[in-house]
Design a protein around this ligand. Structure first.
Ligand code: AMP
Length: 115
């Protein structure tokens, strides 16, 4: 795990731009720069947590808040026909940015299993 600031921490700190569609005191949501579906949003905590594997027991309310934010965004973005929530974790999980993030994907028929 790198000690350098992640690209998502730099977005939180306002050092690089992002298409932010929602923010509050605990999290922010912005459009993925390389969208895999017509709607592809990332929801991230302001707290620097590298991945799900690094959660503390007392991060439960924060994780609940992130999922409720996903629910609200899905509603606001018109994903009433369904959507997918993905949290890639660690090297074999395909995680490329070491700051916990929830992918919200929708507005197309998503297949299963994923690659
Ligand atoms: P993961 O592979 O689960 O770690 O997902 C990282 C995601 O971050 C990828 O879908 C990237 O396209 C996305 N991403 C990387 N840099 C940026 C950025 N500067 N702004 C928005 N999305 C980004």
């Amino acid at each position: 795990m790198s000690e350098e600031k992640t690209i998502f921490k730099r977005i939180i700190d306002g050092e690089i731009p992002a298409d932010i569609i929602y923010e509050d005191d605990q999290c922010l949501a912005f459009k993925d720069v390389n969208p895999q579906a017509p709607v592809h949003v990332l929801v991230i905590p302001r707290k620097e947590i590298p991945s799900i594997a690094h959660l503390d027991d007392d991060d439960g309310p924060l994780m609940g808040h992130l999922l409720l934010t996903v629910r609200n965004l899905a509603r606001d973005l018109g994903l009433e026909d369904g959507f997918r929530v993905v949290v890639n974790t660690g090297e074999q999980g395909g995680q490329t940015v070491d700051h916990l993030h929830i992918h919200l994907l929708g507005q197309r028929a998503l297949t299963w299993p994923p690659g």
